[in-house]
Design a protein. Sequence first.
Length: 442
Amino acid sequence: MAIISQQALFRWQEIEELGDLERLQLLVENFPDEPLMRELELRRGNGRNDYPLRPLWNSFLAGMVFQHGSIESLRRELQRNGQLRQVCGFDVCRGLGAVPPSYVYTRFLKLLFSCREQVDQMFTDLVTELQELLPDFGNILAIDGKAIDSHGKPRGDKADNTSDGRRDVDANWGAKTYKGKRNDGTSWSKTKYWFGYKLHLIADATYELPVAYSLTKASASEQPTGLAMMKDLAGEQPGLISNCEYLLGDKGYDDTKYHTRLWDGKYKIKSVIDIRNQWNDGEDERIVTGCQNVTYDYCGNVYCYCMKTGRRQEMSYGGFEKDRDCLKYRCPAKHYGLKCKSLGSCKVGHSVRIKLSEDRRVFTPVARSSYLWKSLYKMRTSVERINGRLDTSFGFEDHYIRGQSKMELRVGLSLIVMLAMAVGRIRQKRPELMRSLVGDAV
């Protein structure tokens, strides 16, 4: 059956093409922040209200939408742009006097740090709403880690680990090594080092929207963090996990635990994770248990050897048998019509079944040699594009954030903004015009 790719009902490019004020208006109207506002007002108390919290909050969101790297940059824009002050909700009669001083924003951010529970709930509520708006939301998930540099000074000796506004005492050093082979067959490797943090992100690969995240120190490993996130996601969003069929990941997540826990456990999610060659040097193939003339390589390609001539042929993939937990491969001579001198006397017969337990890293419910595996794995780049937006559209490529708690809050709010804009854009369309969300391919 021919596979026809469906057009997505939502594309982030449509939001990027909106004007700045239009994007801010879209965000303000669709941000589920009322519980947060009530909590902030409760914690602030009944003192002077020269600078109300709600316009302050809206202007803080405006700083994210307009990519202001600092509060002072945002304040200058508010002083210059009367229309922006009006959209944020500042008193237009006060003119420039309505723009809060820097210390007001400092106090507001400290207050915001104390409301992390409400911030996290906004993220959860938006993911839940997207499941209602997009029935296939969460069907294909992708996971990836992103390095976030800290521009603060690394900590010094043990006696010098207190924060002075320039030093980042929460961050540490991380490293990631990339390996491959050149065209001439020689190996290469490159290691990237950074001082800061690591963002672990799970995203919907179809709509390129986040569904879960975790911020750790740069040295934290991707594999255990990813498994813990999947466990938490199953508890917080059981409907999303039950709707998930595939989880995509790069070689950093290649581990037997991922394949077994995703499929063998209660999730029943098929892993599409690239594989690292951990075989011994010079070991190119292994014999399939019980089939002396059937072998496989670490990439999941399965071969059979003619019993008389020793000629090797790649076997045809015949699909995954869920009830048997095995992959079926057909005789290439019978399937493709190839000549084989041992045809009829070969022990393979029409086909051979290879259990996943043969090698859990090599054999997964989606065969690595199949067209489906390759087409799904290409979708993994969706989470990389989200990471790219965090750098370019939300300012994480050049920022002034120091400290893990501040970084967690800023990352979380950026992802919430991403989700809220998506919800708003989808809500703007009538059901019969849902397909009009899609423009011409770029």
